[in-house]
Design a protein around this ligand. Structure first.
Ligand code: 3PG
Ligand code: CO
Length: 552
């Protein structure tokens, strides 16, 4: 239970504003945040308490500091006020220590059920997922390890349904991962292992938050039914898409189905097992539902094979999706959302579809349900269905309208979190000019939101979950932008390793001081917000970013 303190009381709401994908870059040619005109952020530099937060690697529970941050780990840390081992790390450990592959170990039960199922039915082991080493949703090393052990245990037929990345890794790198996994398959003796279908991740299978079920339908058709453009190999699919458009990012490679002279090489049939090897849930839940729900009605599945379906992890702890998973996620508990709900404090969460689950599901520790229906207001502004270089302003204005309206003085809302997706969603397109506009659109809306917070006598904590728009071009070893053969800068679509900004805008609260800490990171935000709400941050959380009055 949360205790109160008497240091001061913020009478208005405490609002955490997440400028998704807006990191603190190197002020170089590709730093769209630096190049954007941002009068509001510049003004915050003058009037607010200011620092930066680490948002990558071990600071957010990833295996190493070479791992960039991402929205899942970032919002988990923001909402929980504590660092948990993230999916990437848990799977890495289970595979490296081989507990996943030791029959009889606590962590291998589902893996062996899956293997035994395929052996008994003399069926095929299908692996579906994002084929890259981005380590945001998946890692190719996991696919190699799992198929190596499946082969060792006698599985004879493996089919990979490869979603091509270009979003967490270089924009045109799909061929490298395809060649790597095909070489690995060649080396598995006595096993018939092939890529059977796939496509770019933003067209096929990996939709999130029900933004576009059509993507999942295209995936179902290609992976399960073997319907879609026929190719002789995955590499052929990549090459012909690039021939048509040499600048095409891998995210947008159309769906493909690999055929041999008998037709599709790997449809999914009764008796098979299907492993969705992504560990992150947002873009894995919809396909899981298509496999598992008996009354599924989001699209016509035509044929529903009777398979042993398993996810790399359980993606939704509340809904129990999927029913079976290989590796247990960290149990993220006593998040700030949960604590406020049990303390009877009313909360608000607002974003547009693309990031709606980030401020609800990820914020609450990968739980999709509310803690207290009567105390939590969740607002989803429907996202456009375009690539966001075409609409870099996205729904920033509508998110602002909705937040200001919801925070009206009679609302009783004491705490809010709001996510502006622009810096991230536009950053992922690799379009520098669009990213500049994205950051400017956010800045303009922030001005309006901060004015509203001030009027309500509230406080705003403005930060980000990880960087993205702060580095839009690939850099060489000397941090110089790389140019292609035509002299153009090579876009970088992925997140960055950069820290993120942190401003505490607390008009009327004099004397706040930033706490000296060895590292300041995202997990320091929740205890800060609780303290500003007049509540003592609980023991299990990291330190607040500001000194308590008694310490100042
Ligand atoms: C995505 O899913 O869009 C990217 O892999 C990561 O972006 P996010 O972590 O910002 O959602
Ligand atoms: Co992103």
């Amino acid at each position: 239970m949360l205790k109160t303190h008497n240091d001061f009381e913020v009478s208005g709401p405490v609002v955490v504003v997440v400028l998704d994908g807006v990191g603190v870059g190197k002020h170089d040619a590709g730093d769209a945040v630096f190049h954007a005109r941002t009068p509001t952020m510049d003004w915050l530099d003058d009037v607010a308490l200011k620092t930066t937060l680490l948002a990558h690697g071990t600071h957010v529970g990833m295996p190493s500091d070479a791992d960039m941050g991402n929205s899942e780990v970032g919002h988990n840390a923001l909402g929980a006020g504590k660092i948990y081992d993230q999916g990437a790390k848990r799977v890495d450990v289970a595979i490296r220590t081989e507990v996943l592959f030791e029959r009889g170990s606590d962590d291998s039960e589902t893996f062996f059920e899956m293997v035994d199922h395929v052996t008994r039915s003399n069926g095929t082991l299908h692996l579906i997922g994002l084929l890259s080493d981005g380590n945001v949703h998946s890692h190719i090393d996991h696919v190699e390890a799992i198929t190596t052990h499946a082969a060792r245990l006698g599985i004879k037929r493996i089919r990979l349904h490869a979603l091509l990345d270009g979003r967490d890794v270089d924009g045109q790198s799909a061929h490298r991962y395809i060649e790597k996994i095909e070489a690995h398959f060649e080396g598995l003796s006595g096993v018939d292992a092939k890529i059977a279908s796939g496509g770019g991740r933003m067209l096929v299978t990996m939709d999130r938050y029900e933004a576009e079920w059509d993507m999942v339908e295209r995936g179902w058709k290609a992976h399960v039914l073997g319907e879609g453009p026929a190719v002789g190999s995955a590499l052929e699919a990549v090459n012909s898409a690039r021939k048509e458009n040499p600048d095409l990012n891998d995210q947008y490679i159309p769906p493909f189905v690999v055929h041999d002279s008998n037709g599709p090489v790997g449809t999914i049939e009764d008796g098979d097992a299907v492993l969705l090897f992504n560990f992150r849930g947002d873009r894995a839940i919809e396909l899981s539902r298509a496999f598992e729900e008996s009354d599924f009605d989001k699209f016509e599945r035509h044929r529903v094979p009777d398979v042993f379906f398993v996810g790399m992890m359980q993606y939704d702890g509340d809904l129990g999706v999927p029913a079976r998973s290989l590796v247990k996620p960290s149990k993220i508990t006593s998040t700030m959302g949960e604590l406020l709900a049990s303390a009877g404090v009313k909360q608000l969460a607002v974003s547009e579809t693309q990031k709606y689950g980030h401020v609800t599901y990820f914020w609450n520790g990968n739980r999709s349900e509310k803690f207290r229906e009567d105390l939590e207001v969740y607002i989803e502004v429907p996202s456009d269905r375009v690539t966001f270089d075409q609409r870099p302003w996205m729904k920033a204005a509508e998110i602002t309208d909705a937040t200001i309206e919801a925070l009206n003085p009679n609302s009783g809302i004491r705490f809010a979190r709001v996510n502006y997706p622009n810096g991230d969603m536009v950053g992922h397109t690799g379009d520098f000019e669009a990213a500049v506009i994205a950051v400017e659109a956010t800045d303009l809306c922030l001005k309006r939101l901060l004015a509203a917070v001030r009027k309500l006598n509230g406080v705003a904590i403005v930060t980000a979950d990880h960087g993205n728009s702060d580095q839009m071009y690939q850099l060489d070893k000397n941090s110089e932008p790389i140019r292609d053969s035509q002299g153009r800068f090579v876009p970088m679509t992925a997140h960055t390793l950069n820290p993120v900004p942190l401003w505490i805008y607390a008009p009327g609260l004099d004397g706040l001081k930033v706490r000296e800490l060895a590292t300041r990171r995202l997990s320091n935000v929740a205890p800060t917000a609780l303290y500003l709400l007049g509540l003592e941050p609980p023991e299990h959380m990291d330190d607040p970013l500001i000194l308590k009055r008694s310490e100042a």
